[in-house]
Design a protein around this ligand. Structure first.
Ligand code: FAD
Length: 318
């Protein structure tokens, strides 16, 4: 599925930590679904800390919406057997799209504590292998017929996405290593890349050009986040190591009004998305579990179904 003009849109959420947040997240997902996203991805705590909470959100999407759920999975610190079990559990839950990540080791972890899989590329291979090794069929109950069951084909992975780092991974030795790592993920079987957030169109466009000349051919979807408070901007910088533009930081800092801050963040993200969209295969928006800002970005770009004139809404996308 795609937004109004055929541009595939996707969103990222993180699993809620409280019951109240889980309830609010259900409403957020329902609102995000109105944008007809190609998928909504759900993050995964490295080491499996959010495994059950991630699964709950993914199941909500499967059971209550038409949206394709994508599960982030990390492999850092896992043995082969544990990673294998993890992939099987998510496939058994009906999830067929994955974002395969290595994840970050706990601070101070020694190299031998990283687990059996050293990189996201190895997890991509494992996801494909687990899928191939599984019994192709499963026995499932028939809704409405207690006690009855039928043989069904097991769900197969639809997308195996990976992360890409336009401004460089913090541990990377240089821009070439970031491109080489992405190429290794594609060779391992990745079908899609989603970028770390970036703040300048040239960072994304330059990275894609370097990746293409190195032989990467999978779609590289820009990941963009409307950041609407100075504290969130500071936290993001700490988490990603990607320095924001000084002017954006100042504008958010000196603006006392929350609505005006929201406007600053949405306007920046919409401008950035507009600058890359002509050369991008879609748009992935980091939501911070809120729908307002990301839907505001799509609205500005004319990518919400409701942004189109009524007479165009039934036009079939190509
Ligand atoms: P890899 O691509 O395997 O490696 C990352 C980098 O490490 C490489 O680019 C390379 O520079 C370096 N590297 C790898 N192997 C070697 C080596 N052998 N020698 C030297 N350097 C090496 N984290 C979570 O915990 N949960 C999530 O849900 C999550 N979602 C994310 C979603 C996106 C879109 C992005 C961009 C990141 C996400 N992360 C998440 C963060 C991610 O786990 C970290 O950035 C992690 O450090 C790298 O993971 P990776 O899959 O990119 O690893």
């Amino acid at each position: 599925m795609a937004a109004n003009d055929g541009t595939p849109i996707s969103f990222e959420l993180f699993p809620p930590r409280t019951d109240a947040a889980a309830l609010a997240l259900g409403r957020t997902i329902d609102r995000l679904a109105e944008a007809h996203p190609a998928f909504i991805s759900v993050t995964f705590g490295a080491g499996g800390s959010s495994r059950e909470r991630s699964l709950t959100v993914l199941r909500y999407m499967l059971d209550q919406t038409d949206v394709e759920p994508m599960a982030h999975l990390t492999c850092v610190g896992s043995s082969h057997a544990e990673a294998n079990r993890l992939v099987r559990d998510f496939l058994d839950a009906g999830v067929t799209s994955f974002l395969a990540l290595r994840g970050d080791p706990p601070l101070g972890a020694e190299d031998d504590g990283l687990g059996d899989l050293g990189s996201a590329a190895e997890l991509v291979q494992l996801i494909h292998r687990v899928q191939e090794e599984r019994e192709p069929f499963t026995q499932a109950g028939i809704p409405g017929l207690p006690g009855a069951s039928e043989i069904r084909e097991r769900p197969r992975p639809e997308r195996v996405a990976v992360a890409a780092f336009p401004t460089g991974h913090p541990r990377s030795r240089g821009p070439q290593q970031d491109v080489d790592t992405l190429l290794a993920k594609e060779i391992a079987g990745a079908t899609l890349a989603i970028t770390q957030l970036f703040w300048h169109a040239d960072d994304y466009l330059g990275f894609v050009a370097r990746a293409r000349s190195a032989g990467v051919s999978i779609p590289i979807v820009p990941g963009i986040m409307p950041v609407t408070t100075p504290s969130r901007l500071a936290r993001l910088t700490q988490l990603t190591g990607v320095e924001p533009p000084a002017q954006l930081a100042i504008d958010l800092e000196i603006e006392p009004d929350a609505d005006a801050q929201n406007e600053i963040g949405v306007a920046y993200a919409a401008r950035l998305a507009g600058e890359v969209l002509a050369d991008a295969p879609g748009l992935h928006l980091y939501t911070f579990n809120r729908h307002e800002a990301v839907l505001g970005v799509l609205d500005r770009l004319g990518l919400m179904p409701s942004s189109r004139p009524a007479e165009e809404r039934n036009v079939t996308n190509t």
